[in-house]
Design a protein around this ligand. Sequence first.
Ligand SMILES: [Zn+2]
Length: 485
Amino acid sequence: MKNRGDSMGKELIIAAIENKQRDFIRIAEEIWKNPELSYHEKASSALQKEYLRNAGFRITELDAIQQYAFIAEWGSGAPVIGLLGEFDALPGLSQKVQATQEELVPGGPGHGCGHNLLGTALLGAAVGIKAAIDAGKLPGTIRYFGAPAEEQLGKPILARAGVFSGLDAAFGYHPSDLNTVAAFGTNASVQLIFRFHGSPAHAAQVPHLGRSALDALTLTQVGVEFLREHMPSGARIHYIVTSGGLRANIVPDYAAGDFQVRSPRMKELVPLLKRVIDVARGAALMTGTTVDYQVQHGCYDVLPNKIMSDLLYENLKALPPPAYTPEELDFCRKLSNTMTIDQKRNTLLMLGVDAVSTENLLSQTVHEGVGYWGQGWTIPASTDVGDVSHITPTAQAYTATYPIGIGSHTWQATAASGSTVGMKGMVYASKIFGCACYDLMTQKETLAKARAEWEAAIDGETYVAAEDLLKKLAEDGGSETPSTS
Ligand SMILES: [Zn+2]
């Protein structure tokens, strides 16, 4: 049942966001101009933290758990709603705000995933919610998480320490080319390093005395190729060689490779990982070498929540998307023209947009409507929001900060994320999430339904971080001891 003060409370939130939008744009622009890689977000984190401290939020610094992580909280008691902020950039994606490729700093990092907008949009939502709490319109607590290193799947570090415990629900946002509920799941993912150790020898003179670590690594890759046929559908394995010997005339006594294994559910990923580890063990046995492995990082699949997704959709429908100036539309058109139609089509299809909507969207430059895409779909990529979704009911929405068909991790996305188009999409997102939080904090029944849906989806599982799952795997399965970072 809707709260009677519904429209008044939401008007307050929207007004607070509009009043402060210049601040939010300044923060997002500053983070964009000084892009910091995962685990190095010193200035980005400080900028957000100090702004929220000055705005009256209670700040908890979490550097002892993960450097530059923090919580900004306001309100009291239940329900406690989380907003999952991020601010890290990507290497090699420096780009000016223009529609032709040109680095701002040669070889430098850039916000090609729009995380300058991601964190700041949810910071804006938190500021809006605080205004409604202060006006006595809202029960409960809002908790903004400044969570570093999303691009290196950093949230499990916080999750493992219990930082997301105590939430009744959480929302995640991502900049995108669409205004849509992100109703899809994502793949769970674990990245491992395998290190093989053999014996060196002169490769021509006494090869029979050598034991090649590179042979073991190569056979692991071959084994993985044969394993592919027998994986759950939707699973992925990719790998690179990071060390394969020094000279062809020396039998390599050391070789190493990074392997990334993904699957639509963590509970399917664990047995698949076990098989990949067995392949490496088998390769070591075949070649007379030894193997050890290390978990670099891992994250859970995203469990979507229909009740909370519906709530986000109601607010997307209720709040009008931004209008654009002719200059902004021209910028978007030119940026869009740097991508082929097929690239754009695939970007949309891989987000779970149906074929008819995709063709319709391809005839537009910027998404000026709203959608509800991705239901029943799992995108092959991964996000560390997945871990939070296994701890508390979580839903995500996107707003258009890039032209249609522009995907993340591109120079085009860096350009758009520093533009006024990006900023408009960000402020729009602040309003959507501010209002969705309002609904969840005032509609007890809706929150209870969201939690019941989540309980059913979790089906009795308790959250164990990927790193710990892998430790357990090693204890159950063999003599090799994984070292973990
Ligand atoms: Zn991202």
